[in-house]
Design a protein around this ligand. Structure first.
Ligand code: IPD
Ligand code: CA
Length: 257
């Protein structure tokens, strides 16, 4: 059921990928289009029908946000990678993460342009288009492919700017190569499928990462904050997701230990 809804939502992205998008600015560099809103409304309605007792929190119109600490809740990111969508770059995804009894329970991330549907349910593994996926087995930092993204407040906040620049320097000097593809949800899925060894980013929101964290964990990876503690969707600023083998080495690298 979740799969059907997320794929239907993805069709709205695909059908409008090259059309006029009615772009507005939520911040200096933070975009939103009429399709972000349309997809979020579509998902809200469909998900409310199947999960009436769940609180639903969406990126754009923040439905039910007064209840963000409800034990049963669903995070919706109608388009993760809105800047890519606006520029017709094919790394865009519909993202739904379900929390049950305060624990990640189910996650679905769909890139309709590449037709990649990533899915995980607690304890049942992670899947790409129905096929089980696993993180990479690489254990050398110097052979690892690393991906990140940059927060929308990077120009306003000096600490954020400096942390990002300094961390990029360390990654460039110590790993195989570096990527910035523009969708945190897809970055997490690509760690889960073994394409990247490491993903880290500062300043993400629960709807960007809830589904992807479960997908990484179910594929055998590890997700924490920068101190190596369980990542708290609301409290933690920095997320680190790896193939697990490289987790401690990467934390040491970014923390200068
Ligand atoms: C963004 C993307 C991007 C990341 C930003 C996110 P949005 O989400 O995931 O990769 O670097 O920090 O906010 O705004 O396209 O939903
Ligand atoms: Ca979004």
């Amino acid at each position: 059921m979740l799969k059907k809804i997320v794929i239907e939502a993805g069709k709205i992205i695909k059908d409008n990928f090259y059309s006029a998008k009615d772009v507005k600015f939520k911040g200096e560099i933070d975009l939103v289009t009429k399709f972000d809103i349309e997809i979020e409304k579509f998902l809200y309605k469909k998900l409310k029908d199947i999960y009436p007792e769940f609180v639903i929190i969406g990126e754009e119109e923040s439905y039910d946000t007064q209840l963000t600490n409800a034990p049963n809740r669903i995070y919706i990111d109608p388009i993760d990678g809105t800047t890519n969508f606006v520029h017709s770059i094919p790394f865009v995804a519909v993202c739904v993460g379900i929390i049950k009894d305060n624990k990640l329970f189910e996650g679905a991330i769909y890139n309709p342009i590449l037709d990649e549907f990533f899915y995980a349910k607690k304890g049942e593994g992670a899947f790409l288009n129905e096929k089980k996926i696993y993180v990479s087995k690489e254990n050398k930092l110097e052979r690892s492919l690393v991906v990140t993204g940059f927060p929308y407040n990077i120009r306003q906040d000096e600490f954020t700017f400096n942390w990002n620049i300094e961390t990029v320097k360390k990654v460039l000097k110590n790993t195989l190569a570096f990527r910035r593809l523009g969708s945190a949800a897809i970055d997490l899925c690509y760690v889960a499928r073994g394409s990247y060894e490491i993903f880290y980013e500062m300043g993400l929101k629960p709807w960007d990462v809830a589904a992807g964290i479960l997908i990484v964990e179910e594929a055998g990876g590890k997700v924490t904050n920068e101190k190596g503690k369980e990542f708290d969707l609301h409290e933690d600023k920095i997320i680190v997701a790896t193939n697990s083998k490289l987790h401690d080495k990467f934390l040491k690298l970014i923390n200068n230990i």
